[in-house]
Design a protein around this ligand. Structure first.
Ligand SMILES: NC(=O)c1ccc[n+]([C@@H]2O[C@H](COP(=O)([O-])OP(=O)(O)OC[C@H]3O[C@@H](n4cnc5c(N)ncnc54)[C@H](OP(=O)(O)O)[C@@H]3O)[C@@H](O)[C@H]2O)c1
Length: 359
């Protein structure tokens, strides 16, 4: 397999640190550039991070001495050092849109963790197991941007990466009319640790800005179709969401209630989850979990601390499937928000883009 040179834009942040860590032993990708704000530029990665290293594993040796570049001022230089970049910057939406398109226009593909381009109709928002066919809009986007290689592809929000994977194969088989979800989201989703957000110890905050709208709307783009070079969003199902911040370091849990067009049996649901394989599994991508959806029979699973790291934090854990008094069924789901939900999901998307020869 070909080797690809990779840059991380926003490499000093919480998600950026994950990207840097995931590149350490990646079989296809080699980290050749790290960029961040002017505050970090010119320092070695180790100096720029200072006390901010938030990963469980030590900083990769190869990254420590790399000199951090300026994500906005050094675009041409970075584009010359890499085959593509991951983007995870904390800036205003319009600034991120402009920055990512500037990389694309320098013929540098961008695989983004940011929400800025999620609603751009010719930017594919892809979970490789769910909607890999949306990559077909890339030629139209290249035409709009006037590029040959460059484009922007994004991953969806972390909150929905537990319940959409569980609902997706059921929707295809039985039709999904309505879903109600309550999410219980980890503090790393806000780029925080208990040290940097002590108010979260022994506490729940019933508000995450913008998260409920994303949780309700983004699934409709994932379930949309490609038409004339853009994604046309699905009209259904109706989704309603409440999103709570809970005192957990990593791992977003979701409690889900679902109503179907043709109500399946419990056995049918379990068997569809057990057998579900997406494009990532068919292509045997390096970061793809072997078993995407893992169902627990135990009543007290999945548990965040025990189950978030399943298959490198890339599998989705499901449990407590049972009939409901208002909806057809209810169940709980868990996914790792900075792995499957952020950097890991973007790495898997980049692997798909390489395997399908868009990069
Ligand atoms: N945390 C999650 O689980 C998660 C999940 C999904 C999506 N996201 C999204 O991913 C993005 C990054 O999140 P995060 O949690 O990693 O944030 P973070 O820890 O605050 O890191 C922000 C990064 O952006 C860089 N940056 C800030 N201003 C910049 C500028 N003007 N030019 C270039 N770089 C700049 C920072 O560089 P300096 O170190 O130099 O300041 C740092 O590398 C955000 O858009 C967030 O919404 C996060």
């Amino acid at each position: 397999m070909k080797q690809y040179k990779v840059g991380v834009i926003g490499g000093t942040g919480m998600v950026g640190q994950r990207f840097v860590t995931l590149m350490e032993k990646h079989p296809w990708f080699k980290l050749t550039a790290i960029a961040a704000s002017a505050r970090s530029a010119g320092k070695t990665y180790e100096e720029a991070i200072g006390p901010r290293w938030a990963m469980d594993t030590p900083m990769p040796e190869a990254a420590k001495g790399m000199v951090v570049l300026n994500a906005e001022a050094d675009i041409e230089k970075i584009a010359g050092l890499v085959d593509f970049v991951f983007s995870a910057v904390d800036m205003k939406k319009e600034e991120i849109q402009a920055l990512e398109e500037a990389y694309a226009k320098h013929e540098c593909p961008v695989v983004s963790n940011n929400s800025a381009h999620r609603w751009t109709p010719d930017v594919p928002m892809v979970v490789p197991e769910i909607n890999p066919e949306h990559l077909a809009v890339i030629p139209a986007q290249r035409k709009r941007l006037g590029t040959k290689r460059g484009f922007v592809a994004v991953k969806s929000n972390c909150s929905l990466q537990s319940y959409v994977p569980a609902l997706h194969p059921l929707k295809d088989c039985f039709g999904l009319r309505e879903a109600l979800v309550c999410t219980y989201q980890a503090i790393s989703g806000a780029g925080k640790t208990f040290q940097t957000w002590p108010e979260m110890v022994d506490n729940v905050i019933p508000y995450i800005g913008g998260e409920e709208e994303k949780s309700e709307r983004e699934p409709l783009k994932l379930w949309g179709r490609v038409e004339n070079g853009v994604i046309v969003n699905a009209d259904t199902p109706a989704i309603t969401a409440q999103c709570l911040r809970v005192p957990v370091s990593n791992g977003h849990m979701a409690a889900v209630f679902a109503r179907f067009t043709n109500k399946p049996t419990l056995e049918e649901i379990r068997s569809i989850w057990a057998g579900y394989q997406g494009r990532a599994q068919e292509l045997d991508l390096p970061s793809a979990p072997k078993q995407f959806l893992h169902y627990f029979e135990e009543d007290n699973r999945p548990q965040t601390r025990l189950d978030r790291e399943r298959e490198g934090g890339m599998a989705v854990s499901i449990g407590r499937l049972r009939p409901d008094t208002q909806y057809d069924y209810k169940f709980v789901c868990l996914s790792h928000n900075t792995l499957r939900g952020a950097a890991g999901g973007a790495v898997l998307l980049a692997e798909l883009l390489c395997a399908e020869e868009y990069i």
